[in-house]
Design a binder for this molecule. Structure first.
Ligand SMILES: NC(=O)c1ccc[n+]([C@@H]2O[C@H](COP(=O)([O-])OP(=O)(O)OC[C@H]3O[C@@H](n4cnc5c(N)ncnc54)[C@H](OP(=O)(O)O)[C@@H]3O)[C@@H](O)[C@H]2O)c1
Length: 324
């Protein structure tokens, strides 16, 4: 089988497509014939040695897949060969086959296609955990989403609307903001051409926002935190801009607000039942037509580097997928 392999840390161009031995299912695991693999920002980090997980070389990036069960190992009883499945793999998904954990693999709901199934867990799972479990977002509250047209950002826009919030989408281009409006954003801010703080003041009659969803970090974090309403919640999701922001500690004091960390992978590991319940609720949103991932582009294995470079170049809107 073919796999996109990282033999040493480096940029996307250093990845190689190699022929490797077919995989064998081991205890508690299954082999999946991959049909689609979601590309996520952590894939750009893991190949550069900048992510919290550092698999042994050679490894394939690719943290979430959808496909067909090829073989199940001892102890995997909820799936059988031939079943359509989606799975959180962490890495290994940029390949024709992946060895996945049984407890992180789920039967695909009837009628769902592989591209949707490979777009659901990472982005929607993270944003739902953040808004529901960590921020406890309430209907009628105002939610500001930074990087709102990206993978987790657009998921937060959709889920914020489903949860009844007024959603302000903020992103770097008007094209990205137009997509956010299509996905339900009530208001938009272009933070390349507009002043973030001034616009938030204008849009909230000076009160500020109740919940901030921040997957970007960098220079946006401080002006965003300064735009918080009394008793607001600042969700720390990620640092796509690069630098990890340092924030003045007097701001949470003055605003009576919370800075709340979000680590969805650890949540799924430590609270599997709660995570599973969230996945079921997300499937329900998809079934009722409220949730539909935006597929920006698909690439074959040979062009995996292009997919990663598109993400690093800040061009992706919604999801990019590797497909077989
Ligand atoms: N905490 C968790 O559990 C968790 C889970 C999943 C992902 N994450 C993190 O969330 C972040 C976003 O992930 P994603 O998969 O949604 O990525 P993505 O689709 O690439 O979205 C990231 C967004 O960040 C903005 N951005 C600003 N500066 C950037 C730069 N220098 N390079 C790339 N993007 C930049 C871009 O929006 P604009 O151009 O509009 O600014 C882009 O749309 C990552 O840091 C990731 O590690 C965290």
């Amino acid at each position: 089988m073919r796999a996109v392999l990282c033999h040493q840390y480096g940029p996307p161009e250093s990845l190689q497509v190699n022929e490797v031995d077919p995989l064998k299912a081991t205890k508690g695991k299954l082999v999946i014939d991959v049909k689609a693999c979601g590309v996520n920002f952590p894939d750009t980090l893991i190949i550069q040695g900048k992510y919290q997980f550092k698999p042994a070389f050679p490894f394939s990036p690719g943290g979430e897949v959808a496909g067909v069960v090829r073989e199940v190992g001892e102890g995997v009883t909820h799936l059988k060969p031939g079943d359509n499945v989606f799975s959180l793999t962490g890495w290994g998904g940029f390949a024709e086959q992946v060895l996945a954990d049984g407890y992180r693999s789920f039967p695909m709901p009837p009628g769902m296609d592989y591209q949707t199934a490979a777009s659901l867990m990472y982005t929607y799972g993270t944003s739902y955990h953040a808004l529901k479990d960590r921020a406890q977002l309430q209907a009628g509250e105002t939610l500001l989403v930074l990087g709102a047209a990206g993978g987790v950002g657009l998921a937060a826009v959709t889920l914020g609307k489903i949860m009844g919030a007024r959603v302000i989408a903020a992103a770097s281009t008007d094209g990205k903001l137009a997509l956010c409006r299509e996905y339900g954003a009530d208001e938009t801010i272009n933070y390349t051409s507009e002043d973030l703080r001034e616009r938030i003041k204008e849009l909230t009659s000076g009160k500020g926002v109740d919940v901030i969803y921040d997957p970007v970090g960098g220079d946006l974090a401080e002006p965003a935190l300064r735009s918080m309403n009394w008793r607001g919640r600042y969700l720390v999701i990620g640092f796509a801009a690069g630098p990890i922001p340092s924030l003045p500690f007097n701001l949470p004091l003055l605003k009576g607000c919370s800075v709340v960390g979000v680590f969805w992978g650890a949540f799924a590991e430590k609270q599997p039942k709660d995570s599973m319940r969230n996945v079921q609720e997300l499937i329900g949103f998809w079934q009722s037509g409220q949730l539909k991932p935006h597929i920006h582009a698909t690439y074959p294995l040979e062009q995996a580097a292009d997919a990663l470079n598109e993400m690093l170049g800040r061009k992706v809107m919604g999801k990019v997928l590797i497909i077989n």
